[in-house]
Ligand binder design. Structure first.
Ligand code: CTP
Length: 445
């Protein structure tokens, strides 16, 4: 009996997939089809798969060509499967020509002619309305956003708005955008959604105006610095059935999401403590260290560690206390927040003028999780125990600057009927805004 194996994502199942499976089956007597998991596709850089794993498996099953369906979830699995299942022929479409020649020592490798003029990518582009995004502000983070957004096929950066037309022009020309403008109405006319990358103090006004104009909003962190503002804006978004999302990239990245799951399934027992640190040395004359109202290390950097705390311990803390060292402008160059929950504690440590190890440690009754610096670009973490033989290390890819994950989530939420996700909820963003607000109140004293 000749055993054949093939793999694929099989998203938005199409004629090309059908033909491939039919030909694969015809190569032998028994066909095994490996269908990729969402996580593995994300790892491979495919961040916009639409159908769920179960739907994709069902579509493959429905063809009647597969004698067995397996799930592909890690790199190197093909070599393992070929040996495990005693495979004679490995096959894939000709778009992969040469890519699997390394399997030739184990079995025959056959590249089947690919069906022309059809692919999941084409269907995704055709089925989905492309979301036209306009950028508000044209500073450092906006410059990082454009190349990342290009990785997400369902969005297009259409326009940039800046009240300073020269800044808008430079940005627009650099990224060859169709529109750069200092006219708010011209800007709104061109877009379905905004990405707000302007200074912190302007966020509230821009979010409100954008929601009022019926636009979805992705806003840089810290979204707002007052609890009531966060509550008001999230309820406005809900009422208008629009997406409002805070752009804390870590929240949407695969490594961090996995870390949260591992922490929550009890692998380190009951969680008692979260310690998260983020420092980034900044020159004296930067906006972060000069803007007397909104500057300082806490407003600038604490979104990341607060995200970790709120995601792991929840939004219902009992008490928060702060300590900081300030510069001559009374802006904190180093700050700590101690957050007390009913049965656990958290420490947040940030610095623009003090450098420290950017790690995240979650301590529990059975062990702890440590995510190495920079933990907010989660590429690896380890669960550690008294008995070191039980330690386990996890590795992930954090693609590029990581903003593509939040853009992808933003687009997915816009296209969903519920208009809400679980990766960073309104309640969690509001809790972060509240802690920021308390910090600023405390700094004034
Ligand atoms: N395939 C094919 N003909 C097509 C499209 C895909 O023969 N027109 C084959 C691929 O070569 C692969 C299998 O179908 O062996 C599953 O491919 P998959 O990556 O799931 O499909 P694509 O349509 O190529 O997906 P995407 O556009 O997301 O890359």
């Amino acid at each position: 009996m000749k055993r054949v194996i093939t793999y694929g994502t099989f998203d938005l199942f199409h004629k090309g997939h059908y033909n491939l499976l039919k030909r694969a089956k015809a190569l032998g007597d028994y066909l095994i089809v490996g269908v990729t998991t969402e996580q593995y596709d994300e790892y491979r850089g495919k961040v916009n798969v639409i159908d769920s794993l179960m739907e994709r498996i069902e579509h493959v099953r429905h063809t009647g060509f597969a004698d067995e369906i397996i799930v592909e979830d890690h790199i190197g699995q093909k070599i393992e499967d070929i040996q495990k299942y005693g495979i004679d022929i490995f096959t894939v479409g000709s778009d992969w020509q040469g890519a699997f020649d390394y399997l030739k020592g184990l079995c025959d490798v056959v590249y089947l002619k690919r069906t022309r003029d059809i692919s999941s990518t084409m269907l995704r582009a055709r089925n989905q309305k492309i979301i036209r995004i306009g950028i508000i502000g044209s500073g450092r983070i906006a410059n990082r956003f454009v190349p990342e957004a290009k990785r997400v096929s369902s969005v297009n950066i259409e326009a940039v708005y800046n009240p300073n037309i020269e800044s808008a022009r430079t940005f627009g020309e650099t990224y060859e955008l169709d529109t750069y403008t200092d006219d708010w109405n011209v800007f709104l006319d061109k877009i379905d959604a905004v990405y707000i990358a302007s200074p912190h103090g302007t966020h509230y006004g821009y979010i409100k105006s954008s929601l009022d104009a019926g636009k979805h909003v992705l806003c840089e962190k810290p979204m707002v610095l007052q609890k009531v503002q966060a509550q008001e804006l999230f309820s406005l978004a809900k009422q208008k059935e629009l997406v409002l999302m805070e752009a804390i990239k870590t929240a949407y990245s695969p490594g961090f999401i996995k870390l949260l799951s591992i922490a929550k399934i009890g692998s380190i027992g009951q969680i008692y403590d979260v310690e998260a640190c983020f420092t980034k040395l900044a020159p004296e004359n930067t906006r972060e260290l000069k803007d007397v109202k909104y500057g300082g290390s806490f407003t600038e950097l604490a979104s990341y560690p607060l995200l970790a705390v709120v995601k792991i311990l929840g939004s219902d803390y009992e008490e928060v206390k702060f300590e900081s060292f300030n510069n001559k402008k009374d802006l904190d160059i180093y700050a700590k927040a101690y957050i007390k929950y009913k049965n656990c504690l958290a420490t947040v440590k940030v610095g623009l003028g003090v450098k420290s190890e950017g790690q995240l440690i979650i301590s529990g009754s059975k062990g702890y999780i440590i995510a190495d610096a920079p933990w907010w670009k989660t590429q690896s973490f380890e669960t550690r125990y008294e008995d070191t033989a039980q330690n386990e290390k996890y590795f992930f890819k954090f693609q590029g600057e990581g903003l593509r994950y939040e853009v992808n989530e933003f687009a997915t939420m816009i296209n969903s009927s519920e208009k809400k996700g679980f990766k960073l909820t309104a309640g969690e963003s509001t809790a972060i805004a509240e802690i920021m607000e308390k910090f600023l109140e405390n700094r004034k004293l």
